[in-house]
Design a protein around this ligand. Structure first.
Ligand code: 4AD
Ligand code: MG
Length: 433
């Protein structure tokens, strides 16, 4: 039995020349007859273990022969620097303990179709590429929490079961709440506004749900949103906060996830090119830009994915598109006092065609106008009474936004489809596993 004081693969660089114990799974096994090369993964990284027949006991050698892909094991060996090996290190194995021999593994090292992999998502996440994406996702979440904590934004969790819509009624998932109709939250925003009036500056981070009928590479039914709301923040303060947040996240990923970005073959130059402040373009100018590129687009329509790509292709950094027409935005946006046809809202579009990663803006703080909008949008007055109260008792200018975590992961990882950005994606046609 090998001692269970173990090190993780990502920390091997601290143990060069030492004998260590690792535990994990066998990703791949090659043999020359006299040497076994074991590729071992432990979730933090991948390392090659080398087992030489003439330097090992017959018992250990026989154990190695039994190993199959994804068998779990514990090994002991001496760490060496080896630039040609994945991760840059190698382990000269001295001992091997089998924990569980795996049955023939369905996911081999060859290419598989997406449906095949999606059906086996619980196993697919073990592959180096998928694990790298999930580590970067965790890094983005961590960096975001640190960012808000350092700026005195207080974390206040929003409810998931709600009595009313935030982002319009077409994408609500309805549930039966002890005989009453209720919905899964599309956004924590309305509650964030209440929490901002209590706490000044706040943020929430949680799952949100949209019954999107569209099957695109950017939409999930269940996704995680990082949302901030701040009292006394105007539209400009709000954009500055967003660009600082996104810049902070990009810097964190560049600094702490080089190895993961390498596994994904991400073009790091594109991320390093990002500069503060981010460019800003009004909706009206964006329409003109599209038209000048020969793309037909009418003022008053909402951008589709190709339009967003055409706009963002114009810039190296993420770009804010601001002052959208009232008609295409939710009921809670504040109209521009200088031009009430447009609202003080902005979307942040990621570069390289990854689309909208943030939606946000300044909120309607006028009681009468808010009541009017709720009516115009055909929303049930009673369900919004508490929200309207926020304008009755000490209303202040305030702003906020929501950043889609999966969209951000897609962009930073440089991956085609949003389904790879969350451990268990919920897409239009798949809820298993
Ligand atoms: O632009 P959205 O709809 O904004 C809101 O929900 C605001 N209430 C947020 C706020 O101001 N507190 O959504 C925000 C972001 C989008 O920019 C996008 O990144 C992401 O959420 N998003 C989705 N991500 C994956 N799948 C979907 N179906 C998404 N819908 C929105
Ligand atoms: Mg939006």
């Amino acid at each position: 039995m090998i001692a269970v004081e173990t090190v993780s693969i990502k920390n091997l660089y601290r143990h060069v020349g030492e004998e260590v114990t690792l535990q994990g799974w066998l990703y791949n096994l090659r043999s020359s007859g006299k040497i076994f090369f074991l590729i071992i993964r432990d979730g933090s990284g991948i390392v090659q273990g080398v087992l030489v027949k003439k330097e090992t006991s017959t018992e250990t050698w026989e154990k190695a022969k039994q190993l199959t892909q994804e068998s779990s094991l514990r090994v002991r060996g001496v760490v060496r620097e080896e630039p040609r090996s994945p991760g840059g290190f190698e382990i000269q194995l001295t001992d091997l303990e089998i924990i569980g021999i795996a049955e023939p593994y369905p996911i081999s090292l060859k290419e598989h179709g997406v449906d095949f992999l999606a059906e086996r998502r619980h196993l697919w996440i073990r592959t180096p590429r998928q694990s790298a994406i999930l580590r970067i996702r965790a890094g983005i979440e961590h960096a975001s929490r640190v960012f808000f904590h350092e700026r005195d934004f207080i974390l206040a969790d929003a409810p998931i079961i709600t009595p009313a819509a935030c982002e319009g009624t077409t994408t609500l998932f309805e549930i039966d709440y002890h005989g009453e109709k209720a919905f899964l939250s599309q956004s924590g925003q309305l509650y964030n506004e209440a929490n901002a009036m209590a706490l000044g500056r706040m943020y929430c981070f949680g799952p949100t749900f949209r019954a999107e009928k569209s099957k695109t590479r950017r939409h999930l039914m269940e996704f995680w949103m990082l949302e901030a709301e701040a009292a006394f923040f105007d539209f400009e303060d709000n954009m500055r906060l967003q660009e600082d947040l996104v810049y902070h996240i990009v810097s964190h990923v560049l600094q702490h996830h080089r190895a993961d970005l390498d596994i994904l073959k991400r073009d790091i130059g594109r991320l390093e090119a990002i500069k503060l402040p981010f460019p800003r373009i009004s909706y009206t100018d964006a329409v003109e830009l599209l038209n000048s590129k020969g793309i037909e687009f009418k003022w008053g329509d909402d951008f589709g994915a190709p339009d967003e790509t055409a706009i963002s292709d114009h810039f190296d950094s993420p770009v804010f598109v601001h002052h959208f027409p009232v008609g295409i935005k939710a009921f809670y946006f504040k109209p521009d006092p200088d031009n009430p046809e447009v609202v003080l809202g902005a979307d942040l579009l990621a570069p390289e065609g990854y689309g909208e990663i943030i939606g946000g803006g300044q909120r309607l703080d006028d009681l009468k106008l808010l009541e009017q909008r709720i009516e115009e949008h055909g929303l049930p007055q009673e369900a919004f009474e508490w929200y309207v109260d926020l304008r009755r008792y000490g209303t202040v200018p305030h702003s906020g936004f929501g950043l889609g975590i999966e969209r951000t992961v897609s962009w930073l990882c440089g991956i085609e489809h949003i389904r790879e950005t969350i451990p268990f994606p919920r897409t239009l046609y798949r809820i298993y596993p």
